[in-house]
Design a protein around this ligand. Structure first.
Ligand code: PSU
Length: 306
C-alpha cells in the first residue's frame, strides 16, 4: 500500500490531540485568487482571525508532493510568490502528490484534505459553481459535487457573482447540500450581501450550524454543508455596481476563449483591475468574516462533542 505523505504543523497536531477547534483554510485563493503581496498578508491575517476567535487555523497545500495540514509563515510566503503552482481539485490532487509537485488546493481539494485530517469546518471566500453558459460548456465546478459527498462545513460568502447563481443552487439541491444563509433570508453573492434570490435555509447562530452538521453525521448522510455568510455591510460592493463590471469581465473572457480552470482566476483579476482594486478589498474583508464565523462553528462543535 502506498502511504499518503502528510505533515501536520505542530500547532495543528497539538490542537488535534487536545480536541481543540480547528478551521481548515485553502490555498488556491493565495496562488490564483489574489495578487502578491496582498495574498500572503491576507493568508496571515485570516489565520490570526481564526486564532483570535478561539480556534486553530490549518492552511492546506501540497508542497513538493507532501500534503501539508497547516503551513509555517515561510511556507505561506514561498507559496504566495511561487509561479507555476498547480491549482488542484479532486481530479488532480493525487497526481500532484504522486509526482512530487506543488499544488494549491481548491475548495474541493481542501475539503478532501480536511476530511483526511478530521477537520470539520473550513473557511474560504467563495465556492466554485455553475458558470454562465454551462448548458453549452458544461463548466461546473467540482466544488459542488464535493460538497455532496465530503463531510465538511464550508463557510463562504455565497457563490461568486461571476457564476450562474440559480443553476448553482439547483446543482447543490440535487447533490443534497444544505445551503444556509447566515443571519438573513437572502442568499449573499460574494462581493454583495444580496443576490436577488432567497436562500434555501437560514440559521442565525454558529451553534445551530454546528448542530445541523452533527445531526447530518448522526443520520449517516454523506456530504457537507454550505454556509453563505454575507460580506459585512461596510465592505460590500452593491449588486448594481458590481454586476456591470462582472458582465464586462465575462465578455472579455469569452472573447479571449478563456476556459476551464483559468476562468475564475481570469475573472477575479479583471474585476480587480476594473474596480481599481476595490474588489480585492471586499474579498479580503469577506474571507476574514468567514474565518471568524468558521472558528465559532468549530468551537461550538468541539464543545458539543467533548
Ligand atoms: N474564494 C476566493 N477566491 C478564490 C477561490 C475562492 O475568494 O480564488 C477559489 C477556490 O479555491 C475555489 C475556486 O475552489 O476559486 C473555484 O475555481 P473553479 O471555478 O475553477 O472551480
Amino acid at each position: 500500500m502506498t502511504d499518503l505523505p502528510i505533515v501536520y504543523a505542530p500547532e495543528v497536531a497539538e490542537a488535534m490531540k487536545a480536541g481543540a477547534p480547528l478551521v481548515a483554510l485553502e490555498s488556491t485563493i493565495i496562488t490564483h485568487g489574489m495578487p502578491y503581496p496582498q495574498n500572503v498578508e491576507t493568508a496571515k491575517t485570516v489565520e490570526a482571525d481564526v486564532r483570535a476567535a478561539g480556534a486553530v487555523p490549518a492552511t492546506i497545500a501540497v508542497l513538493d508532493g507532501v500534503l501539508h495540514i497547516g503551513l509555517t509563515e515561510g511556507q505561506l510566503e514561498a507559496l504566495g510568490q511561487a509561479t507555476n503552482v498547480m491549482k488542484v481539485s479532486r481530479a488532480d490532487m493525487p497526481v500532484c502528490i504522486a509526482l512530487g509537485q506543488t499544488g494549491a488546493t481548491t475548495v474541493a481539494a481542501t475539503m478532501i484534505a480536511a476530511r483526511i485530517a478530521g477537520i470539520r469546518v473550513f473557511a474560504t471566500g467563495g465556492i466554485g459553481g455553475v458558470h454562465r453558459g454551462a448548458e453549452e460548456t458544461f463548466d461546473i465546478s467540482a466544488d459542488l459535487t464535493e460538497l455532496g459527498q465530503t463531510p465538511v462545513t464550508v463557510v463562504a460568502a455565497g457563490p461568486k457573482a461571476i457564476l450562474d447563481i440559480e443553476k448553482t443552487l439547483e446543482v447543490l439541491e440535487t447533490q443534497g447540500v444544505p445551503v444556509i444563509a447566515y443571519g438573513q433570508d437572502e442568499l449573499p453573492a460574494f462581493w454583495s450581501r444580496s443576490s436577488g434570490l432567497a436562500a434555501p435555509l437560514r440559521l442565525d447562530t454558529a451553534g445551530e450550524i454546528a448542530q445541523a452538521m452533527e445531526m447530518r453525521a448522526a443520520m449517516g448522510i454523506p456530504g457537507g454543508q454550505l454556509v453563505a455568510n454575507p460580506i459585512p455591510e461596510a465592505d460590500e460592493i452593491p449588486r448594481a455596481e458590481i454586476m456591470p463590471v462582472v458582465e464586462t469581465a465575462l465578455r472579455e473572457a469569452a472573447a479571449q476563449r478563456i476556459a476551464a480552470k483559468e476562468v475564475t482566476p481570469f475573472l477575479l483579476r479583471r474585476i480587480f483591475e476594473l474596480t481599481g482594486g476595490r474588489s480585492l478589498t471586499a474579498n479580503i474583508a469577506l474571507v476574514r468574516n468567514n474565518a471568524r464565523l468558521a472558528a465559532k462553528i468549530a468551537a461550538a462543535h468541539a464543545t458539543a462533542t467533548s
